[in-house]
Design a protein around this ligand. Structure first.
Ligand code: PYR
Length: 385
């Protein structure tokens, strides 16, 4: 019995090992197409699709087109795990761009890592993401590189800032990671943290937290949460009378938040890992294409998802020159692809980038923007000098 089982297992393994790479070349996109996290995920879908169209129009991988395979992760860990499993075992993708949230990455990435399938995180900014495993990298700069810039910019706008309130979503890995950096930076900048308030990403009523903030008479509020919760929190802060500056983290980095806080979004300061004005040829092409289709500047989440797909394609091209991708064994290609991703240099809409030994992005420039609302639903991120 035992012998039969191991023989079966062996033949299953050798079958898997003999699997060739399908054409077009399948790249998995596991992002949140539904749930509150889709406020980011829908921008990621747009970015990834633009990359597919643009890169295939320029010959794909040595003449072979790529094909994106989408699996909706929704906003939780179970959804991300399910999407990853489908992409790895059913869709036979060469690698995965995803998931949307760090909270999901800590659960789903280990599955890809164990299966030796390369993952590029398009928006996972918490500390520790690339360290999940050898097959995990990211094109989303970490909170350590981004968050301090927003606070420095707030001090530039109001050098008299002294007393601050910090709020964060305690059930979200990115938010707890980011608030740690915000709080440390605030201390380094000699700001006095008068109160730290916690909330949940599922909360809608922030009366308790806002009352505590108002009681402290602070002149700066720093928020780490996702788009829906943070948008409602900002709205309620303003409605109940808070007049000072607000700094938001990466969770506020989407125009999908504008209809949630409406006019009250106005003035919020958010650090960025992408600027539509970035001068590289790659970005000019991306930004022009995006703007032609969507009549607005491309947002960071779309630019990062585009970049994730591009990194896969650029790395595949290098391998294709050694041996045509269709002739590779899928398992061997995934391993070689991961190695190639980590040693390559890429000219992307985020500027020129590479990866450090852990798979974390090495990026040249960061930005800070302030939200300017035109009306209750529409606004822009105005980039600050
Ligand atoms: C994260 O989950 O890491 C984000 O930056 C939204």
């Amino acid at each position: 019995m035992k012998r039969t089982l191991s023989l079966l297992l062996l033949s299953a393994l050798s079958l898997a090992a003999a699997q060739k790479v399908a054409t077009p070349i399948a790249i998995g996109i596991a992002v949140a197409q539904t749930s509150n996290a889709s406020l980011f995920g829908q921008e990621q879908v747009i970015g990834a699709k633009l990359a597919e169209k643009f890169l295939n129009a320029r010959g794909g991988v040595g003449g072979t087109p790529i094909k994106l395979v989408f699996q909706d992760t929704s906003g939780d860990e179970a959804g991300a795990i399910n999407a990853f499993q489908n992409l790895i075992s059913k869709d036979n993708v060469v690698g995965i761009v995803g998931p949307t949230l760090s909270q999901q990455a800590f659960s789903a990435d280990p599955i890809a890592d164990r299966a030796k399938v390369p993952v590029i995180g398009p928006s996972n900014t918490a500390k520790g993401i690339p360290q999940i495993g050898a097959y995990i990298s990211r094109v989303s700069a970490p909170v350590t590189a981004i968050a301090p810039n927003a606070l420095k910019q707030a001090l530039k706008i109001n050098p008299k800032l002294k007393k601050v309130a910090v709020l964060y979503a305690q059930n979200d890995a990115f938010s707890t990671s980011e608030t740690g950096i915000f709080q440390q930076t605030a201390k380094d900048l000699d700001l006095n943290i008068a109160t730290v308030q916690k909330f949940q990403t599922t909360d809608n009523d922030f009366t308790t937290q806002v009352t505590a903030v108002l009681g402290e008479n602070v002149d700066l509020v720093i928020i780490s949460g996702l788009a829906n919760d943070s948008g409602n929190l900002i709205k309620q802060l303003r409605q109940l009378g808070y007049k000072g500056l607000i700094v938001g983290g990466n969770g506020l980095n989407s125009s999908s938040m504008f209809p949630i806080c409406g006019q009250y979004c106005d003035g919020v300061i958010v650090a960025q890992a992408y600027s539509p004005t970035q001068s590289s040829a790659a970005n000019q092409l991306f930004a022009r294409e995006y703007k032609a289709q969507y009549k607005k500047d491309p947002p960071q989440f779309a630019a990062q998802a585009y970049t994730g797909v591009q990194v896969f394609v650029d790395a595949l091209k290098v391998l294709d020159r050694k041996k045509k991708i269709a002739d590779w064994d899928l398992g061997e290609l995934r391993v070689a692809l991961n190695k190639q991703i980590l040693i390559g240099k890429y000219k992307t809409p985020l500027g020129e980038l590479s990866f450090d030994k852990d798979g974390d992005i090495v990026q040249q420039a960061f930005y800070v923007a302030q939200i300017k609302m035109k009306d209750a639903k529409n606004g822009t991120f105005v980039f600050l000098k």
